[in-house]
Design a protein around this ligand. Structure first.
Ligand SMILES: [Zn+2]
Length: 342
């Protein structure tokens, strides 16, 4: 005889709310074409790959304007492939084919970003998405460096990201099984060496040090907004304890924040990380374009049901983090207890 699990009424109502929202979003997805579901974002990523030769060639000219244009193109393309590409590939949001999802994941995360794909996916999808703002599990604490002061963290630390990423990857590989570690090492080396080779042979740099300096420059172009956006989206919002975490709809509506649309970041990071982060946390398998399309449905639903829908501007968040750096980034976060929502 099967025993029915007795759920408290609040659980049932939270599940019913999420179910109702899922049905509304499913209707929008079903009415959308392949182009809307995947095509728009695949086209942006393909354009970023196709623009790379122009970026490398610009650096051949001994002219400040051409050099600045080349670095801007290469930096923008680098962030589009590594942040938008890796993020969507990690969620399997670029295609419905499992086989292609795997290939795209390895290409964007290991070749382009120089990071172990499976480790990245586990940390992002299983931990951060599964336990958003749950202390010790998906609480964005990997972004905290309490030893740094606020100005060093906000202005200088981002420049370390391009150097730290492959170093963290190497450290991680020591714990992987040999076959997997060799594959990842091969793909990461392929990505780093091909960029270095292109600087020497297409851009015509004469010395290895100038090629390495340019690699660092393009890989740091949007490092500041990248670090800032990662902390603005969750830190400072309600945090939950692992044994009393709220239901999914409450967890996402309370613990996630949307920034306004910002054209450069929309392009390079994707809507799911900028103006549709709430939508992305509720429906992580939707592409950037689809997150933008379902945004009116989700925001209206949460407003109608009197659930939080966090929005703030980049500058206001920036000021808030500078003013409350100790509280947000150094001290342990206070736990929010939600009566009747756990
Ligand atoms: Zn995500």
């Amino acid at each position: 005889m099967e025993l029915e699990r007795k759920e408290p009424p609040e659980d049932r109502s939270a599940q019913a709310l999420l179910g109702e929202l899922e049905r509304q979003v499913q209707d929008v997805v079903r009415a959308s074409s392949w182009w809307e579901r995947h095509g728009v974002d695949c086209a942006i990523l393909a354009l970023s790959l196709l623009a790379l030769p122009a970026g490398f060639l610009c650096l051949r000219f001994h002219n400040v304007l051409a050099f600045a244009t080349g670095i801007t193109i290469l930096g923008l393309c680098h962030y589009t492939l590594t942040v938008k590409g890796s993020h969507l590939a990690t969620h399997g949001a670029l295609t419905e084919s499992k086989h292609w999802s795997k290939i795209l994941l390895l290409f964007f995360v290991e070749v382009c970003t120089a990071f172990p794909a499976e480790f990245g996916r586990f940390n992002h999808v299983n931990m951060h998405h599964g336990y958003t703002n749950v202390v010790g599990l998906g609480d964005s604490s990997t972004w905290k460096l309490p030893c740094l002061n606020r100005y060093v963290y906000m202005f200088l630390a981002p420049l370390l990201i391009p150097v730290l990423t492959p170093l963290v990857a190497l450290e991680r590989l020591r714990q992987e099984e040999l076959r997997m570690a060799l594959r990842t090492l091969g793909l990461i080396s392929l990505g780093l060496y091909s960029q270095y080779w292109l600087f020497l042979n297409v851009s015509g740099f004469k010395s290895p040090s100038s090629a390495l300096a340019c690699m660092l420059l393009t890989r740091s172009l949007l490092a500041h907004p990248y670090l800032h956006v990662n902390i603005f989206q969750h830190i400072g919002l309600p945090m939950f304890s692992p044994d009393k975490k709220p239901r999914r709809i409450h967890m996402m509506s309370l613990g996630v924040l949307n920034l306004p649309r910002l054209p450069v970041l929309d392009w390079a990071f994707g809507h799911s990380l900028i103006s549709c982060h709430v939508e992305h946390h509720l429906f992580p398998r939707l592409s950037d374009h689809m997150c933008l399309k379902v945004k009116p449905v989700v925001s209206k639903f949460l407003h109608d049901k009197q659930l939080p829908y966090n929005e703030d501007s980049y500058l206001s968040r920036f000021q808030l983090f500078l003013d409350h750096y100790e509280e947000f980034m150094v001290q342990a976060p206070p736990i929010t207890e939600l009566v009747g929502m756990q």
